[in-house]
Design a protein around this ligand. Structure first.
Ligand SMILES: [Zn+2]
Ligand SMILES: [Zn+2]
Length: 159
């Protein structure tokens, strides 16, 4: 991830905390830095994020991680997703990330992204129908992935 995105994210968090009258705790900036400097786990849940921070020596309670993620979502720093019937919310950073939608494997729950410019014109068309400006949408496709390690693949080999 480019450091400029981390810098922009830090600035946005500064402004958000000041606007809300919240404290600039070290935890909040540590979590933000982790989200904006990480290359893998583009889509993560609260548990995964906490594990990564633990490995790096940051001991944060689950409540702190959850509260911070909620705060970041409100500040527009991350986006919250609900994929399929997974009980956990998934998150991803927003700054420096292009508009995209998701494909989720029904077996291993891996998340892939795609960007289709037609989505913008669908938003406009639907906006016209309902005389409104569509500001966001949520679209997830589900299927069986072709990953060699996917549990679905293993099941196929048995048959
Ligand atoms: Zn899979
Ligand atoms: Zn995504």
């Amino acid at each position: 991830m480019h450091t400029s995105h981390l810098r922009a994210a830090t600035l946005r968090l500064d402004q958000f905390l000041e606007l809300k009258g919240f404290r600039r705790t070290q935890e909040r900036y540590t979590i933000l830095e982790e989200i904006y400097s990480h290359h893998d786990h583009h889509h993560f849940d609260a548990n995964q994020l906490r594990e990564i921070l633990l490995e790096k020596g940051f001991h944060l309670s689950m409540a702190t991680v959850y509260n911070t993620l909620e705060l970041f979502a409100e500040a527009g720093l991350i986006k919250k997703h609900q994929f399929g019937n997974s009980p956990a919310s998934h998150y991803e950073r927003t700054l420096g990330s292009r508009q995209h939608d998701h494909v989720v494997c029904l077996d291993c729950h891996c998340v892939k992204e795609f960007c289709d410019p037609r989505m913008g014109s669908i938003e406009n068309t639907v906006g016209d129908w309902f005389q409104t400006q569509v500001l966001q949408h949520s679209l997830v496709f589900y299927g069986h992935c072709t990953d060699e390690l996917c549990p679905h693949k293993a099941g196929k080999n048995v048959n």
